[in-house]
Ligand binder design. Structure first.
Ligand SMILES: C[S@@+](CC[C@H](N)C(=O)[O-])C[C@H]1O[C@@H](n2cnc3c(N)ncnc32)[C@H](O)[C@@H]1O
Length: 267
């Protein structure tokens, strides 16, 4: 992750600049409350790079996009820079909505990117207009993923697409597997970005390289698909933000790219 983004400072205030040229201010840690979205997570960097470089990425110019659990907002900001409009970057935490507004301003993208407070557990906060593309990064880390899946499906119109990237640890992926079971039960179809040898793509280890690969359907029973996802083959593990921020113990984080459109779900 550190390899994919450089840290700089202006007037004493540190920011990160991604390979795609997006400037991101992270939030300050709290003593009383953990705000994960204050940090830039690996899934967001991978998803941003996917949209900017992958031949399998969809055309985004002029398309309406929604980012769920956006944290710093980097994926939506990258989409805005690539020509998507309008782009809504959303989170349930008011403090992160303020941080995202700061990042919109830092990137001069207010003509196409807007913030919204959107809580997956509260339907009254959901968007009224359906986007063409829904994105989310590193949002599957607690619970069984069903609340997120419900919110996502409520914003997925017929023919719409969702692209989800998440870190992956085969011993700790209940949220991802729960999300997949929910998606299957809602009739969504899943695809995964893979190389020609069946390795799941998304790792930032070879950060300079564009994403290759193609989306392959994940088919079979829910159990079979969950097994495929849990036991996904990756080339290299990635660094987690915890490592970047000096955590004592390195976690076995890896990137797993997921995406799924409308009634034909891509993962
Ligand atoms: C691990 S952070 C990832 C942030 C960002 N997507 C990234 O990858 O850098 C998870 C994000 O999901 C948000 N989140 C968690 N529960 C949520 C909910 N019920 N509704 C909306 N956002 C939520 C958190 O506030 C946080 O910003």
């Amino acid at each position: 992750m550190v390899q994919a983004a450089g840290t700089s400072s202006v007037r004493g205030s540190e920011f990160v600049e991604t390979d795609e040229g997006i400037v991101i201010f992270e939030g300050s840690p709290h003593k009383e409350k953990v705000l994960y979205g204050n940090l830039l997570w690996t899934g967001a960097l991978a998803l941003s790079k996917f949209f900017a470089t992958a031949s399998a990425a969809p055309r985004v110019q002029g398309r309406a996009c929604l980012e769920l659990g956006a944290g710093t907002g980097v994926v939506g900001l990258t989409l805005g820079r690539l020509g998507a409009a309008p782009v809504f970057i959303t989170d349930n935490e008011p403090e992160l909505v303020t941080l995202m507004a700061k990042n919109i301003e830092a990137n001069q993208l207010s003509h196409c990117v807007q913030t919204r407070q959107l809580d997956w557990a509260d339907g009254s906060t959901f968007m009224q207009q359906m986007p063409d593309i829904v994105v989310a990064a590193d949002v599957l880390y607690e619970g069984d993923g069903s609340i997120f899946c419900h919110a996502l499906s409520q914003h997925l119109r017929e023919g719409g697409e969702a692209y989800v990237a998440n870190h992956h640890n085969p011993k700790k992926c209940q949220a991802t597997l729960g999300f997949i079971r929910s998606a299957i039960s809602m009739g969504l179809r899943l695809e995964r970005l893979e190389d020609c040898n069946g390795f799941a793509l998304g790792s930032l280890q070879i950060s300079a390289a564009p994403f290759g690969g193609n989306f392959q359907p994940l088919e079979g029973s829910a159990d079979a698909i969950c097994n495929l996802v849990r036991d996904a083959k990756f080339h290299e593990p990635d660094l987690s933000p915890m490592e970047r921020h000096g955590s004592k113990k390195a976690l076995d984080f890896r990137i797993l790219n997921l995406l799924y459109p409308g009634t034909e779900c891509r993962f």
